[in-house]
Design a protein around this ligand. Structure first.
Ligand SMILES: Nc1ncnc2c1ncn2[C@@H]1O[C@H](COP(=O)(O)OP(=O)(O)O)[C@@H](O)[C@H]1O
Ligand SMILES: [Mg+2]
Length: 301
């Protein structure tokens, strides 16, 4: 263990610069407000409470991550915010207006590749603006700008099947942003990518976020990804999905992979780990009911 790890600060210990950053963030207007959002599903095995009175708010141009164990209601939350599901009770407000259905003010990027395979990169990015009545040439000009922003100008006439997974997700981001959403909702968007591409995509996303007036709600189950990207992290408890804590990430910006081993990064990472994997659960996972299939005394270390 490195000396830094031994004297790891608690994640709440913030430098004056970081404290000032959160002070400024709190002063920003609230774009998305979630009030006691509850969602129950009826299933053949009875009723499932996917989300139970979840409340939080996201400020303008904040990067908020949502983490939690599998099945804790992350995707349900994304679908409710997108207006693809209706809540059992509670509500989500965007700029003070209740979300009643899907709308161009919210862009979605999912893990699965959702591009139209019969359209080129440019065709995919133009699709939303064309549907909302923008003229062909204007939509095309806009599309070029978004394609440039995600670094794919050379591929504007390529079809999705000609692109790598990472490139497809960059097009998906450009397509979502082309509608000029207030909020970009991302549900494990890099979950299917290999580790190296994923890390590259995280870097691209931070650059894009910096250059575009958009607020991001990013769902992941990867703790490092959440710490690397977020201003704040909403931690959900499973069954029923409830807000466990909202964690302020004290890691300075601009972020870089070099920060993964710094004390602020490790302290928040460790805090998240204890929230998501309580010590009792860890112990239970470690101790397998082992049946010995070796000679007596033939031990390995
Ligand atoms: N359409 C549905 N019908 C019934 N149960 C559902 C439905 N969608 C989600 N659930 C249940 O709600 C809970 C939360 O699911 P989900 O939001 O997909 O979790 P996560 O994305 O965090 O893995 C799970 O127990 C899941 O089985
Ligand atoms: Mg999910």
């Amino acid at each position: 263990m490195t000396p830094d790890l031994l004297k790891l600060p608690h994640y709440r210990e913030q430098s004056p610069e970081v404290a000032a950053r959160f002070e400024r963030l709190r002063k920003r207007p609230i774009v998305m407000e979630v009030r006691a959002l509850t969602k129950r599903f009826s299933t053949p095995r009875g009723e499932v409470t996917a989300l139970d009175a979840v409340s939080f708010s996201v400020h303008r141009r904040e990067f908020m991550c949502v983490i939690g164990a599998s099945g804790c209601g992350k995707s349900t939350l994304a679908r409710l915010l997108a207006g693809l599901e209706t809540p059992t009770s509670g509500e989500a407000l965007l700029d003070g207006r209740p979300v009643r259905g899907p709308g161009p003010d919210r862009g979605m990027v999912f893990q699965g590749y959702t591009l139209f395979p019969w359209l080129t990169v440019k065709g995919n990015v133009m699709f939303g603006p064309r549907m909302s009545g923008r003229s062909g040439p204007a939509a095309e000009q806009d599309a070029r700008q978004w394609i440039d922003l995600v670094g794919l100008s050379r591929f504007e006439n390529a079809y999705p099947h000609q692109l790598s997974g990472g490139m497809k997700q960059r097009v998906a981001i450009a397509r979502a942003l082309a509608n000029r959403p207030r909020v970009l909702l991302m549900d494990e968007p890099f979950g299917a990518l290999d580790a190296q591409t994923r890390s590259q995509m995280q870097h691209y996303l931070l650059q894009i976020w910096k250059n575009v007036d958009v607020t991001i709600v990013f769902i992941t189950h990867d703790l490092d990804e959440a710490v690397y990207l977020a201003d704040r992290i909403l931690v959900l408890d499973p069954h029923p999905g409830r807000v466990r804590e909202v964690v302020e990430v004290p890691v300075p910006r601009p972020r870089s992979p070099d920060q993964f081993l710094t004390p602020p990064f490790l302290s928040v990472r460790r805090h998240l780990d204890t929230l998501i994997h309580p010590p009792s659960e860890k112990q239970a996972q470690r101790d397998l009911p082992i049946v010995r299939l070796t000679e007596v005394g033939d031990d390995v270390e």
